[in-house]
Design a protein around this ligand. Structure first.
Ligand code: TMP
Length: 237
């Protein structure tokens, strides 16, 4: 399968059509943005790490019964995926208070929840991805009640699998963002990526941040953090 036309360029990836109308090629960039694109930079080697990490994790999730868009890794930065229509919801699962949750509710980062939380944001850059509930999503016809139930069940299942896997790697899965898509026949599958761009990953022993917060918060050591989580994943997968 080869790249035909560029369909879309996002903040971190480009998407291309292929000879097969049901398949696309995703090409991961080293570009990094934060705060809805206001902060821009480069994380050298990030595209390779995010591509490989996302693929490894999605293959693992498939084995656990969660359908994903993953088809085949084509190169260091390129992956063949099923063509989907993205459900315009950012689905966020949290195990520990951090980031916007801590800010919104005045809770210190690091407070561990008794059970995970789920929240939805409307995936809309112009509006700044506003937080919404399931009723809002249904009213705006972003998804049906049934689709939201499927997405919710998959999202918590992803959390169970990934939390356990990262724990084996000595990494605490604090929170993460998922996106889902619909294939031509209407099947909901996990799409987008799972990487240090989209997860908060803390070293289980030291609490050191091993994710994009190092870029968002100008902490330095960004490339090293991405390389460290990839190394741990490779040792345990
Ligand atoms: P938040 O605490 O800023 O709401 O982020 C929650 C999780 O979602 C965190 O793991 C980072 C991830 N995330 C994205 O993947 N994309 C985004 O645009 C934002 C704001 C967060």
């Amino acid at each position: 399968m080869t790249k035909q036309e560029q369909l879309y360029e996002g903040k971190a990836k480009k998407v291309f059509t292929t000879e097969d109308p049901n398949l696309l090629i995703v090409d991961y960039k080293d570009d990094a943005t934060a705060f809805n694109g206001i902060k821009k930079g480069t994380i050298v080697g990030k595209g390779v790490i995010n591509n490989k990490m996302s693929n490894r994790l999605m293959q693992r999730l498939e084995k656990a019964g969660i359908p994903t868009h993953f088809v085949e890794e084509l190169s260091d930065r390129e992956t063949l995926v099923k063509k989907v229509t993205i459900v315009p919801l950012e689905v966020i699962i949290r195990n520990i208070a951090a980031g916007s949750f801590s800010k919104r509710f005045g809770v210190e980062e690091g407070v561990v929840f008794d059970s995970p939380t789920i929240e939805f944001s409307y995936k809309n850059d112009e509006l700044g991805d506003p937080l919404m509930n399931d009723y809002h999503a249904i009213a705006l016809k972003l998804a049906t009640r049934e689709e939201i139930e499927t997405i919710t069940n998959y999202a918590f299942a992803v959390n169970r699998e990934l939390k356990a896997f990262w724990a084996e790697c000595g990494v605490t899965l604090v929170d993460f963002k998922l996106e889902f898509g619909k294939t031509a026949d209407g099947t909901i599958v996990l799409a987008d990526e799972i990487s240090p761009d989209t997860c908060r990953l803390w070293d289980s022993k030291t609490g050191e941040k091993l994710d994009k917060d190092r870029f968002r918060r100008d902490m330095g050591g960004v490339e090293d953090a991405y390389a460290e989580v990839m190394k741990r994943l490779n040792e345990h997968i």
